[in-house]
Design a protein around this ligand. Structure first.
Ligand code: SF4
Length: 357
């Protein structure tokens, strides 16, 4: 439940304190210094489930290769996935690509500013729609990400799980109640989000230096926000084939939501009879995936999804999930003496183990 006095938050005083603190302590981030609608759109897709430090180099490379929304809309899916490689959650890359095409086709290349219209774009949910409207167009509209949810749940001492329908409604209502009346959405939302990132930390909130401490009603802030129980981790094993022929390394195009459009080592069709050449363990959402790579022979007829890649060019031409990229790189180094570059891009989450067996 919300604190009984939740309706009496001094919104203007809170906003002023947040803005003052943000002007002194807010980080300089590329999408803040250049809050063009396209740059904000790209940053919002990249930042979903991913930390700022991880996103930064990807964001810079992305704007170098796709400097405009039109250029992105014209790109091939292979170009898009290759540049996204290592950032994970590839459905975001495909949705960003599709969203760029929709904006070009339906809106003449101009990103709309209305959150309701933004929500109609592929991959743009309520949070991203509000964030894009606020950051790119300075609109005073509510948005709630994990940082804002934590700050607001603590400020108002919300004792409902923030990921439950009732808790979610309470947090969004609180976010709306604190907005400026006209404009100023960019500064207000940035400050609230930054407070969650730098001061109102998940484990050790820095209440002594918090600019809104005088108004905070949290009694045990580190216990908030409440969340519904997490899904248990699911262990999965993937067995893949290492097929090195005269034409190069055989890869297979993946389908489905998880990694559709990416290339990977082909799935082993039959249970392996030999020890794996390489093994690595990596997390994916609530899964923990063990990838085992076994030596295999190609079938007589390749499927339509399979293709050969020259060993020297494979890592530059094929977008691979992190575990498969690491496997290809390690095996090319072991078998052909090529440099083991691993993944030159920072992975979203580190692999647990990586070894030639
Ligand atoms: S006083 Fe502490 S718990 Fe309250 S908003 Fe500030 S950092 Fe968070």
């Amino acid at each position: 439940m919300l604190h009984p006095e939740s309706a009496t938050f001094p919104a203007e005083t809170l906003r002023a304190a947040l803005a003052h603190w943000f002007s002194a302590h807010g980080r300089v981030l590329p999408w803040r210094t250049n809050p063009s609608p396209y740059a904000v759109l790209v940053s919002e897709f990249m930042l979903q489930q991913t930390q700022v430090a991880t996103v930064m180099p990807y964001f810079v490379r992305w704007l170098e290769q796709f400097p405009t929304l039109h250029r992105l809309a014209e790109a091939s899916e292979d170009e898009v996935l290759l540049l996204w490689q290592g950032l994970g959650y590839y459905s975001r890359a495909r949705n960003l690509h599709r969203a760029a095409k929709v904006v070009v086709e339906r809106f003449g290349g101009e990103l709309p500013s209305d959150p309701a219209v933004l929500s109609s774009l592929p991959g743009v949910g309520p949070y991203a729609a509000g964030a894009i409207a606020a950051f790119a167009f300075d609109r005073p509209v509510p948005t709630v990400d994990a940082n804002i949810a934590r700050v607001l749940a603590r400020l108002a001492n919300v004792k409902l799980p923030v990921d439950s329908p009732a808790g979610n409604r309470a947090i969004w209502a609180l976010a709306a109640s604190l907005l400026p009346e006209k404009g100023g959405g960019r500064l207000h939302t940035s400050a609230l989000m930054e407070l969650g990132a730098l001061v109102c930390l998940p484990k050790k909130p820095q209440c002594l230096v918090c600019p809104v401490q005088a108004h905070c009603r949290a009694q045990e802030p580190e216990t908030l926000p409440l969340k519904a129980p997490r899904k248990a981790t699911v262990q999965l094993t993937e067995c893949a084939a290492w097929i090195l022929g005269e034409e190069g390394v055989l890869l297979e195009r993946q389908t489905g939501r998880r990694s559709g459009g990416l290339w990977s080592l082909p799935k082993l069709r039959l249970p392996p009879t030999t020890a794996p050449l390489f093994q690595t363990v990596y997390p994916f959402t609530h899964h923990r995936i063990t990838l085992q790579v076994h030596a295999a022979q190609p079938s007589d007829v390749l499927s339509a999804e399979q293709s050969w890649f020259a060993p020297e060019r494979i890592l530059d031409e094929a977008a691979l999930p992190v575990g498969h990229r690491r496997a290809v790189s390690a095996l090319l180094a072991a078998r052909l003496g090529l440099p083991n570059s691993g993944s030159p891009l920072p992975a979203v989450v580190p692999e647990q183990t990586s070894a030639l067996l």
